[in-house]
Design a binder for this molecule. Structure first.
Ligand code: NIG
Ligand code: FE
Length: 447
């Protein structure tokens, strides 16, 4: 393994102090000997005493009883049985005692909208009284309401809000999110949002995969002139986003009354020509619409799929497009029309689960909540749901080679969860089970 720059000695002393406080507060303990406080060239870390390590290296979660992890310089050296890992550790290895709890890869949340100002608790109350999401949007609320607030907000205010939500993701055991723009809908505001995502990523507490979603809605000043807005997206926004490498993917909200098929295709083709990968908000309300476009263009993912018929699923399957299911938005909109996960799994599709964190349809950053919904509402087994939230999600972001499972050479992004058995992640609901979360071998969250 290539040694990377060691953290500063101060960072180490800091970490040891907080680790000790944390571990004693949750009944775990950590041994740090004095000489280890001087950082050697490599940072050697081991997690021992794990009732289960879920490596996700095999189809059946790769469960190792009495497991352990060995990490060097932020990458996995070994994930396996404690009896095999412990003997090769040296006195320089920093030891984390998992306290007999379970360890698994950090969740990869492959569909979120985390940078916005304000929230829509007022609309939530109106929906409870009977207004629909579509009616509120048609009356100028919904996404456009969040756009007005987000345009007004400074980058610093958005960054502060983004850091607050980052904490919520980490609390659920998430270590990577796909983060969409889409509440700016002008050149400057979209760039502002993507720059905030870049700043969040730079702090290194959580990983971000940025997606440009300029075609999320028609902004107020372009109502009735949607072709002109599509021109703006294609001629000004996309080239700038690509030139400044502000996003790796482009997404479009493809619906007849938002961006219909032809307009969505125009945007996605332009993105493809600039080298961006494609993701599509597809079939959320209208059957076999965005999904067919995603299949035609060979998008990485088609997301939502609540209204898809078996024909559309077959088309996605044939085209190798991964389905990203967002049960949080079905739940929050008070609907019961969940996507047909069982059919997708039976077809052999590598289903992905994500929160769709946003201020309107899905105000949750909790992957454990999504696992619960997947199990109870879509009849996904806990093992299927965990696979969908880790390795399948990593592959959908083109990061399957370094994220999503605990295998030698991969990045050491993992969580220790307060469970005796992995099924409890989906079984207990309404709690955040993560005790500690690590990104690149560094602890970024503690309960
Ligand atoms: O995925 N449907 C479009 N976009 C989001 C909702 C955004 C919002 O309501 O602010 C979604 O559900
Ligand atoms: Fe979304």
């Amino acid at each position: 393994m290539k040694p990377s720059k060691p953290p500063s000695p101060n960072a180490c002393a800091e970490r040891s102090k907080t680790d000790d406080r944390f571990l004693s507060s949750v009944g775990l303990h950590q041994e740090v000997t004095d000489h280890k406080k001087r950082w050697s060239v490599v940072h050697d870390l081991a997690v021992l005493n794990c009732r289960q390590v879920l490596t996700l290296a095999t189809r059946d979660l790769g469960i190792v009883a009495d497991g352990a992890l060995h990490i060097r310089d932020g990458r996995i050296v070994a994930a396996g049985r404690r009896a095999e890992i412990e003997p090769v550790l040296t006195p320089d290895t920093e030891i984390v005692d998992a306290g007999g709890r379970i360890v698994l890869p950090g969740f990869i949340d492959a569909h979120t909208h985390p940078v916005f100002a304000g929230n829509r608790a007022d609309e939530f109350e109106r929906r409870i009284a009977g207004a629909t999401y579509a009616e509120i949007a048609a009356a100028g609320g919904g996404i456009r309401s969040t756009v007005r607030h987000t345009r007004e907000a400074s980058a610093d205010a958005l960054l502060a809000a983004g850091r607050r939500y980052e904490e919520w993701f980490l609390r659920g055991g998430t270590t990577t999110i796909e983060a969409k723009s889409g509440y700016g809908l002008s050149l400057d505001s979209e760039i502002k949002i993507l720059t905030v995502i870049r700043q969040l990523a730079a702090s290194g507490r959580m990983r971000y995969v940025p997606t440009f979603l300029g075609a999320h809605e028609i902004p107020d000043e372009y109502r009735g002139r949607s072709d002109d807005y599509v021109d703006l997206v294609v001629r000004e926004m996309l080239p700038r986003v690509a030139a400044e490498k502000l996003a790796g993917y482009c997404d479009v909200f493809c619906e007849p009354n938002v961006f219909p098929f032809e307009q969505a295709r125009t945007v996605l083709r332009a993105a493809l020509a600039l080298g961006l990968g494609l993701r599509v908000h597809a079939d959320q309300f209208t059957a076999d619409y965005g999904s067919l476009l995603a299949a035609e263009l060979g998008a990485a993912t088609a997301d939502h799929l609540e209204s898809s018929t078996p024909a559309a699923l077959a088309a996605l399957h044939a085209a190798g497009v991964q389905p990203v299911l967002l049960p949080g938005s079905v739940y929050q909109l008070g609907s019961t029309r969940y996507p047909n996960a069982r059919r997708m799994i039976d077809l052999g599709m590598p289903v992905v689960l994500a929160t769709d964190f946003n201020p309107g349809s899905s105000p949750t950053a909790s992957m454990p909540m999504v696992l619960s919904l997947a199990a109870t509402q879509m009849r996904m087994t806990p093992a299927e749901a965990i696979t969908a939230a880790t390795i399948h999600a990593a592959r959908s972001l083109g990061r399957g080679h370094e994220l999503g499972s605990l295998e030698p050479g991969k990045l050491a992004d993992f969580a220790i969860h307060d469970c005796d058995d992995y099924r409890e992640l989906a079984y207990f609901f309404g709690r955040e089970p993560a005790l500690a979360v690590y990104v690149g071998g560094t602890r970024v969250y503690k309960r």
